[in-house]
Write a protein that binds this ligand. Structure first.
Ligand code: SAM
Length: 233
């Protein structure tokens, strides 16, 4: 069933949860392929930079939340860390080429003991969650004191010209590429989903409220991707 991520108003709460889960189950088999085309493989570089920015030693236990097909787990494995991926879409987990342990779970209610992880990553999923403050609190619950996080997501370039190009690309080209190789409605939802993401200052303040310090934001070229890092106080 195709739920209403394509309607005039984007859903919230339980309706959003179910629609997002159903959409990712549906697009999972071609998700990685379309991602690489759409980002010109830059997504791989952004994840590598995120893993580096974590600054954690080898053998650190790192949960990748909303791991999808496990792209972050692959990068964490390469860096000698011990990743565990969590995602609520069984389709995405089944399409994973990673060797890490993967578990089907809601990242707002992780089956993980408090203060047990060295690090947490999350790629391109913040805007798909139903409650951001609850997510940051859950990350704070499972991280050890001093544990590090890296959250990667889309951003709007501040430069007017780049912003125009960004909108042209995401609003017009991405839905067509998605329709050609995968699913039209899912890739039309992608640019619309940007509106779920609060301004970065608000995100930083939510993260700090959840008990984190040294929170920083970095933009990756061409300003359409942002990385938040920080550590549990
Ligand atoms: C855009 S994909 C990103 C996947 C992967 N992190 C990446 O970097 O490619 C968003 C993922 O968030 C997952 N997701 C959204 N809400 C979730 C939730 N509440 N619990 C677990 N996974 C969730 C979806 O199933 C999907 O796999």
């Amino acid at each position: 069933m195709n739920m209403n991520l394509g309607g005039d108003n984007l859903p919230e709460g339980k309706e959003k949860y179910e629609a997002v889960q159903e959409m990712f189950d549906r697009i999972a088999p071609r998700y990685d392929f379309v991602n690489r085309i759409m980002t010109f493989r830059l997504d791989v570089r952004w994840r590598k930079k995120t893993v580096k920015a974590l600054g954690l030693p080898r053998e650190s236990i790192v949960a990748d939340l909303a791991c999808g097909t496990g792209d972050f787990c692959v990068e964490l494995e390469k860096a000698g860390m011990l990743p565990i991926g969590f995602d609520f879409s069984f389709g995405m987990l089944s399409a994973s080429p990673s060797f890490s342990i993967l578990s089907q779970a809601d990242v707002l209610r992780l089956p993980v003991r408090e203060n047990s992880l060295d690090g947490v990553t999350c790629g391109f999923a913040l805007r798909n969650l139903t409650e951001l403050p609850a997510f940051f609190e859950e990350v704070s619950r499972v991280l050890k004191a001093g544990g590090r996080f890296g959250f990667l997501d889309v951003a709007e370039p501040e430069n007017r010209f780049l912003n125009w190009g960004h909108h042209l690309y995401f609003d017009r080209i991405v839905p067509k590429v998605g329709a050609l190789f995968s699913d039209k409605s899912a890739y039309s939802y992608l640019p619309r989903s940007f509106s779920y993401l609060p301004p970065h200052q608000e995100i930083i303040s939510m993260i700090e409220k959840a008990g984190f310090t040294r929170v920083e934001r970095k933009l990756f070229t061409p300003g359409s991707t942002q990385l938040f890092t920080g550590e549990k106080a």
